[in-house]
Design a protein around this ligand. Structure first.
Ligand code: ATP
Length: 286
């Protein structure tokens, strides 16, 4: 049975004026998100990912377009939507002069969280910060601060969690810890929408990925289907100038045939989401 749609976005446009130039940050973006999935916005710098998240979390208004979240009109009923969402912004806005627990206490009181003390303990345990609850945030590493931001966003038990580049700049081990929290969040039944420019993050976490480029969605599907769309087999070859060239094919036979024809030698392998991303956007991830 198909799950219901929790986010319905239609024709979002957002233009910034820089000097005398108009910059189309979003150029008519439309997509739907099914309830209970992890949905990723993937794209190179400046593609429009953060602008989309800012609009959906009521921080910025679009020039035009519509958006329904959990049945509420984003532009007519933003308050109803604010009560349903948790947001982890790209910039860290924790209070550095307070402890982890104090940060959560203040946030929880503002959001009228019930059984606050027990909820704080539960969320701190979920992100692995129980031992550090009484430490000042200023003494936390970047990874610990991101985990605390996640705990804070989850405190009011949001129906939808928005994460803008949740693991930017973190080492692989801490990244994996955050991925586990995001997976737990999904198991709890929440919908997660995240932006990332880490391909492996989208591949590891997302049920559906929208690839953005220059203010548009250029492909939207599961990671597996995106790979199929771009070609499941890659031929890596070295051209006459010594450069690595890649060709993508739908079938193994076609890829093998091409590899045989290449004089300098070539290798055939299964494609990954990065190959699909490069083919669809024409850009290598940063
Ligand atoms: P990144 O991966 O670098 O965070 P992004 O995909 O999130 O990029 P956005 O931050 O949404 O991209 O930006 C989309 C475009 O809009 C960019 O060209 C950016 O420079 C521009 N932009 C975003 N915010 C503003 C602003 N407040 N004023 C002017 N231009 C802006």
């Amino acid at each position: 049975m198909d799950s219901k749609l929790i986010i319905e976005v239609s024709s979002l446009k957002k233009t910034y004026t820089i000097g005398s130039k108009m910059l189309h940050a979003l150029d008519g973006v439309s997509f739907n998100v099914k309830e209970g999935i992890v949905f990723g916005l993937l794209g190179p710098n400046g593609a429009g990912k953060t602008t989309t998240i800012k609009i959906l979390t009521t921080l910025t208004k679009p020039d035009s377009g519509s958006c329904i979240i959990a049945g509420f009109d984003l532009f007519k009923e933003p308050r109803a939507i604010k009560r349903l969402i948790g947001v982890v912004p790209q910039e860290n806005n924790l209070d550095r002069e307070l402890t982890a627990k104090e940060n959560l206490l203040i946030y929880g009181m503002l959001h009228k969280v019930k059984n606050l003390s027990a909820s704080i303990d539960e969320k701190l345990s979920m992100v692995g910060l129980t031992d550090r609850k009484d430490s000042m945030v200023s003494q936390f590493s970047g990874g610990m601060q991101r985990r605390l931001l996640l705990a804070r966003a989850l405190l009011p038990e949001p129906k939808i969690l928005f994460l803008d580049e949740p693991t930017i700049g973190l080492d692989p081990q801490i990244r994996r810890q955050l991925w586990d929290v995001i997976r737990k969040t999904k198991i709890e039944g929440r919908t997660v929408m995240l932006t990332t420019h880490y391909i492996e993050e989208a591949e590891a976490l997302c049920d559906t990925v929208a690839i953005m480029s220059q203010g548009n969605i250029i492909a939207l599907d599961s990671p597996d289907n995106l790979k199929r769309l771009a070609g499941e087999y890659v031929v890596d070859a070295i051209d006459e100038t010594g450069r690595l060239t890649q060709y993508m094919y739908k079938t193994h036979e076609d890829a093998l045939q091409r590899a045989r024809e290449i004089q300098n030698g070539a290798k055939v392998r299964r494609s990954n989401l990065e190959d699909a991303f490069v083919k669809l956007t024409g850009k290598r991830p940063e």
